[in-house]
Design a binder for this molecule. Structure first.
Ligand code: C5J
Length: 223
């Protein structure tokens, strides 16, 4: 429906037409959230991201109940790596690189066990799943066209990691004319200070990139 919901948010209330809003859940895949994946290969402690899963589930279920469209993304490359520039594959000093065989299959490769969205957040029929080769979900994907066909104007963001794929996608969306809100307790980083800085910079200067609100604030607006 086109009824407008209004969430308590920072830096000021966020009004969103329910029928033109989508929840975008970024990269809640085993590669980032579970031991043995890309995130751990890069030297990170994945526990804070694993602890985030129940929060994202609560937001997802609330949005499903309210009839909000849902988009899931995965950072995923083709098995032949033709969509992975050497600059991305060779970056860093990890022993395990994109495309290498890891404990959960080939790292960040579509179709491998580690590339799957965690079971608790698995997409259901009718939800959109985007495989993205970049950090931003608009780069080299059909996301713009899909949201255009749906008539989507407002996006609620969740997922990982706050300052990399979530922030990049939110900035891409902002430049494409979407009104964007990041759900504070439905996103996480391997670096707590980076999460906090990202929330602060997004909502600074009168929501220069967008708004932030808690899960409770978003779900209260959808009651
Ligand atoms: C990263 C992501 N951090 N999903 N990917 O490499 O944020």
């Amino acid at each position: 429906d086109s009824l407008t919901a209004v969430a308590t948010a920072q830096p000021y209330p966020f009004a969103f037409p329910r029928g033109r809003t989508a929840l975008v859940i970024i990269d809640m895949q085993r590669d980032f959230v579970e031991a043995g994946g890309f995130g751990e290969a890069l030297g990170n402690d994945v526990r804070p991201l694993a602890d985030l899963v129940p929060n994202v589930k609560r937001l997802l279920e609330g949005c499903r109940t309210a009839g909000i469209a849902v988009v899931h993304t995965r950072e995923a490359h083709k098995p032949d790596l033709s969509d992975c520039p050497p600059a991305k594959r060779l970056r860093g000093n990890s022993d395990l690189r994109i495309g290498d065989e890891g404990p959960m299959g080939r790292i960040l490769i579509a179709g491998e066990p580690g590339n799957a969205i965690v079971d608790e957040l698995a997409p259901i029929a009718g939800e959109i799943v985007i495989d993205k080769p970049g950090k931003g979900a608009f780069y080299a994907t059909g996301l713009s066209e899909i949201l255009g066909r749906l008539g989507t104007t407002h996006l609620l963001f969740a997922g990982v990691t706050t300052e990399v794929c979530v922030q990049t996608t939110m900035r891409e969306a902002n430049d494409r004319g979407f009104e964007c809100l990041l759900v504070e307790d439905a996103t996480e980083s391997y670096f707590p200070a980076f999460k906090q800085s990202t929330l602060d910079m997004i909502r600074a200067q009168g929501a220069i990139v967008g708004w932030t609100a808690t899960i409770d604030e978003v779900l209260a607006a959808l009651q």
